[in-house]
Ligand binder design. Structure first.
Ligand code: SAM
Length: 345
């Protein structure tokens, strides 16, 4: 009883609906900023519930727009909500929300890709990396056009314990295009297994919590949306610098339908390619005829170990980039691209 009374004190006073806010401030969605709004507060409440308990939490919300998700975060009991919004048109509506929840909303008019989140919260909320996560959450109905670069950036931050992860194992609850959500959580052997699956899963526990049909958004996007929750692992499953791990995974997945040795080869310059590929696969004890999608994370760890070992003997390998070499090379006689299917994911 006492707890419910306390939570009710977090609830917002009556406000115009999100639809009314959109009309009031003439907030037509901008395609360029991937704006698709959620007007149904039951749905935004459901997204926010995926973050776990937000009582007294610090939250960074990415792209609050007209503020539907922000209202749910406040109603869930967060006491410090820092919203980062790029589009000026939303700032007045967010100020209205901030007045309704005095001292609980901080508005940053800026770009989440460059915002220094490590400066946005007090050091006192930090928790040791091997302890429980801090009471800090990143939540966002992400713009599609920044969701992949943003999660890659945050995964690098997790590996280096920088940015939002300078405070500890900060949890993230984010939306992605359904196909991207499926790739992030795909298991070994599945059709969706990709570079993103390995990158996310070697650093985090990742769950695809539920799918929101496109029709729930205004305007309706062409795709459905997945809500994904990430908790950084205490021990990453691969313990090498992020850039090295990323390079191995990227090269292996370069030819996702072919045998994995085809991608491994591209880690090495032509002159030593055959010999070093054999050595790397042997040392890693990985069957060269497995497809990239069939490799487990321990096998990627073994590949990263074997590649790092080769690089300690020949440090120039670390700087070798097959694509860079391709760019500098004239096209083949027929003007063809090299064999293989390039799928950037
Ligand atoms: N949170 C709102 C909702 O659920 O209805 C809006 C979500 S909409 C998909 C994405 C929001 O992110 C928009 O408000 C857009 O202006 C904002 N946005 C786009 N790019 C951004 C960036 N680089 N940094 C911060 N906000 C951005």
């Amino acid at each position: 009883m006492a707890a419910s009374t306390k939570l009710s004190s977090f609830r917002l006073p009556p406000l115009p609906t999100i639809g009314e806010i959109i009309k009031l401030y003439n907030l037509r969605a901008e395609k360029q900023l991937s704006q698709n709004f959620l007007l149904d507060l039951r749905l935004t409440d459901k997204i926010v519930r995926q973050a776990g308990c937000l009582r007294d939490a610090h939250v960074c919300e990415v792209g609050p727009g007209p503020g539907g998700l922000t209202r749910s975060i406040l109603n869930a009991g967060a006491t410090d909500v820092l919203v980062v919004e790029k589009d000026t048109r939303f700032i007045s509506g967010l100020k209205l929300l901030s007045e309704a929840a005095p001292g609980r909303v901080r508005i940053v008019h800026g770009d989440i890709l460059t915002y220094r989140m490590d400066r946005g919260f007090p050091d006192t909320i930090s928790k040791p990396w091997d302890g429980d996560p801090p009471n800090l959450h990143i939540i966002g109905n992400l713009p599609f056009n920044v969701s992949t670069p943003l999660i890659i950036k945050w995964l690098e931050n997790i590996a280096n314990r920088t940015g939002p992860f300078a405070f500890g194992r900060t949890q993230l609850t984010l939306t992605f295009q359904k196909e991207v959500a499926e790739r992030l959580t795909a298991s070994t052997g599945s059709k969706q297994r990709s570079r993103l699956s390995i990158m996310a899963q070697y650093l985090c526990t990742v769950h695809n919590r539920f799918t929101i049909p496109g029709r729930a958004f205004v305007p309706k996007p062409k795709v459905d949306v997945g809500v994904v929750h990430f908790t950084p692992l205490v021990q990453p499953q691969i313990q090498h610098p992020f850039k090295l791990v990323e390079k191995v995974i990227r090269n292996v997945f370069q030819f996702r339908r072919k045998y994995c040795y085809k991608g491994v080869e591209k880690l090495f310059p032509e002159a030593s390619r055959f010999e070093l590929t054999q050595k790397m696969l042997q040392n890693a004890d990985v069957d060269p005829t497995l497809r990239p999608t069939e490799l487990t994370i321990p096998q990627f760890r073994a590949l990263a170990d074997a590649y790092a070992h080769l690089c300690t003997h020949e440090p120039s390998l670390l700087h070798y980039e097959f694509r860079e070499e391709l760019r500098l090379k004239p096209l083949t006689k027929q003007g063809n691209k090299p064999e293989g299917t390039f799928i950037m994911d």
